[in-house]
Design a protein around this ligand. Structure first.
Ligand code: PEP
Ligand code: MG
Length: 615
């Protein structure tokens, strides 16, 4: 039963994390709210209660099978998770025990099933192995489905939705997000999260609008209610009245038109008015993004995050699967280059296939290169796949979360041994493949002059550099307001890194979310970066801004910013610079991030300017 429609609109304010405006029905991903009815039954009811339980289990089986059948082709590889749920339904510890409890304790099916689940939970809590412990989640999910059927709770399985829905959840892990079937989801809305969390980055890659950090979305929204999600400014309107609906539909159309307009000019070079040329590249996670990357005018892939193929499976992907995926990207992006980053698992991205003991502080734990250096088979498999793909185009390798020189030396040793193996096996690869490191740990900044001698390029990962230098969890909405890219300490770190790279004669790029934010562009231009890599959708807008910029003026601005002692001072100077130089690009009343409404004003003058440059 769908909830009654309220007449008053409610506007929830969150963080606009992935752009776009959509209207659609809410789908509450509510694993936790099935009410368990507890009832003592008569002896004569036992058989009937057992039958009710068996019926619910077979209905749950049908639902899951249907769900598997409806997974669209390109997401088929993710069906494993549902197949596990299917198996768990008939798990002896749950199924047989529930039937036994119904007759022995004379309790209703919901209660018996709940007791069986509690028993299994206790057993799993004693298991040391994390992989096995995580299987409890699968049991819990399968049991909840049966509980919902038993209690008559409305089943709001989105596989059964006829039209696409807006997903409302407390939180979504990167793995959840990968497993969502794209066709049926219009947007994501979550209680938790911040702009640079990996889940948000994934939703941007999927091209889905998202508003996160709403804190109480799951308690304010019911499945079936109409929502407007404005990923541009972070508003979620629940049960909008007609006027609001009209307003947002116009905004949606304007946004679509805006995208169509800017994309026309996306292939123009990113060159400032005074002739300073930038390489503008794209960050990707999915093969499916490549056509968007090309149409938005990217000059290569500056960051290929490779975690998705690992997150999508319960088992580790084999070398051939990795190789084929990398080769396809490399060939389709050719003649431009592809920078493939080695696995960055850990932190907020977990793999059940690599046992990671519970870490109290995973962001500071066995993440990225540390995990790869520990799990050398996993690392070598990926290196082999990348090296093999390098025979098909211009490939560069990027290593994440490097904190010092000794890690680079270990990485190089693995790389050389992998190259030797391939040579012995007469498998082609580029022997001079360029290697780079992400600069995202403060110690790497301090050592940048030393590290620059060991690698061919730097790529500054501002998402993590800010997290680790300001000690602000990048995914935590409670401290999202303290996550400050304009902190003087952060600006000095970026500046110092670029300076060290150039002194050593290597290139420096920025590939964190900062690269695609218009507000920070004059800072990055002024610091003399060589390359910016961002979500493909941000490219046309950033290129357009570069074309009306002046590098000399930006450098003068940066000199002033580096003298400032607070973020407020820096922000003030930056805003004073932005307003006359990019008139209308920023609607300052909306705070840090540009609101689409403000862009209307610049479309006119900028379009004229660009048309002129096309003639
Ligand atoms: C970064 O940290 O800025 C980065 C680009 O890497 P990721 O967001 O994948 O951690
Ligand atoms: Mg990072």
């Amino acid at each position: 039963m769908m909830p009654e429609k309220k007449c008053d609109s409610v506007v929830l304010k969150g963080i606009g994390a992935s752009p776009g405006v959509v209207v659609g029905p809410a789908f509450l991903l509510d694993y936790h709210k099935v009410k368990i009815l507890k009832r003592q039954i008569e002896k004569g009811e036992i058989d009937q209660e057992k039958q009710r339980f068996e019926n619910a289990v077979s209905e749950a089986e049908n639902q899951i099978k249907q769900l598997i059948a409806e997974i669209p082709g390109e997401f088929r590889e993710h069906s494993g998770i549902f197949e596990t749920h299917l198996l768990m339904l008939k798990d002896r510890m749950v199924y047989d025990r529930t039937l036994r409890l119904i007759s022995e304790k004379k309790i209703n099916a919901e209660w018996a099933l709940n007791n069986a689940l509690d028993h299994v939970r206790e057993l799993f809590e004693q298991v040391k192995d994390q992989y096995i412990r995580e299987r409890f989640e699968d049991i819990k999910y399968a049991v909840r489905r049966v509980q919902k059927l038993l209690s008559g709770s409305p089943s709001v399985d989105f596989s059964q939705m006829e039209s696409p829905v807006i997903l409302v959840a407390h939180d979504l892990s990167p793995a959840d997000t990968v497993q969502m079937a794209k066709e049926k989801i219009l947007a994501f809305v979550t209680d938790m999260g911040s702009r640079t969390s990996h889940t948000v980055i994934l939703s941007r890659s999927l091209g889905l609008p998202a508003v996160v950090g709403l804190e109480n979305a799951t308690s304010s929204i019911l499945s079936g209610e109409t929502l407007i999600v404005d990923g541009l400014c972070g508003d979620v309107v629940v049960n909008p009245e007609d006027d609001l609906l009209r307003h947002y539909r116009e905004k949606q159309e304007d946004y679509i038109q805006y995208r169509l307009d800017v994309i026309q000019y996306s292939n123009l070079p990113a060159e400032t008015q005074d002739g300073f040329r930038f390489k503008i590249k794209a960050n990707i996670e999915f093969l499916e993004e490549i056509s968007t990357v090309i149409s938005n005018g990217a000059e290569g892939i500056g960051l290929y995050r490779t975690e998705v193929l690992y997150l999508a499976h319960k088992e580790l992907p084999i070398e051939e699967e990795l190789f084929l995926a990398y080769k396809e990207v490399v060939e389709r992006i050719s003649p431009f280059s592809t920078t493939i980053r080695t696995l960055d698992i850990g932190g907020d991205k977990f793999l059940s296939s690599v046992s990671q003991d519970d870490e109290i502080n995973p962001a500071l734990g066995l993440r990225a290169i540390r995990l790869c250096l520990k799990e050398s088979n996993l690392f070598r498999t990926q290196l082999r796949a990348i090296l093999r793909a390098s025979a098909y185009g211009d490939v560069r390798i990027l290593f994440p979360l490097v904190s010092g020189r000794s890690e680079i030396m270990q990485v190089k040793e693995h790389l050389e041994k992998t190259k030797d193996d391939l040579r012995r096996e007469k498998i082609p690869f580029n022997g001079d493949i360029k290697i780079g490191i992400m600069i995202e740990v403060p110690s790497a900044v301090l050592l940048a002059d030393v590290l620059a001698k060991e690698v061919d390029f730097f790529s500054i990962g501002t998402n993590d550099l800010i997290q680790y230098s300001l000690a602000i969890d990048r995914g935590n909405e409670c401290v999202a307001h303290l996550y400050e890219p304009l902190h003087p300490g952060v600006l000095r770190m970026i500046y110092r890194t670029i300076e060290a790279a150039h002194e050593a004669g290597i290139e420096a790029a920025v590939c964190g979310e900062m690269a695609g934010e218009p507000m920070y562009l004059p800072v990055l231009i002024g610091m003399g970066l060589d390359e910016l890599s961002m979500n493909a959708l941000d490219i046309p807008k950033i290129k357009r801004m570069i074309r009306v910029s002046n590098q000399d003026q930006c450098s003068a601005l940066v000199r002033n910013l580096l003298e400032c002692s607070t973020a407020q001072e820096i922000r003030g100077l930056l805003l004073d610079f932005l307003t006359p130089n990019f008139p209308g690009e920023f609607d300052l009343s909306h705070g840090l991030y540009p609101d689409f409404a403000g862009r209307d004003a610049i479309l006119g003058p900028l379009m004229t300017e660009m048309k002129k440059s096309l003639e």
